[in-house]
Design a protein around this ligand. Structure first.
Ligand SMILES: [Zn+2]
Length: 77
């Protein structure tokens, strides 16, 4: 069963760096623009969004289409 991150965290949009790079950090999450799944930007467990655009694990996330990703800051509710 998939964990619904939105039930645990409140998410706020985070601006990208000037060069378009996605921010990264313990409280930064990526929302996939296609399937709307959310994956931690520094996921240590294996995590992927439903459509495969985001694939995390080992403390990093591989992003196939960065322009389709919205960076968010997550705070525990
Ligand atoms: Zn996706």
């Amino acid at each position: 069963m998939k964990l619904d991150m939105r039930k645990i965290y409140r998410f706020d949009a985070v601006p990208r760096a000037a060069d378009g790079a996605l921010p990264k950090g313990g409280d930064i999450y990526y929302e996939c623009g296609s399937c709307k799944d959310i994956v931690s930007s520094v996921s240590h467990i294996k995590a992927a969004c439903s459509c495969g655009n985001l694939g995390g694990g080992g403390g990093t996330v591989a992003v196939k289409s960065p322009e389709q990703v919205t960076p968010l800051r997550g705070k525990l509710k």
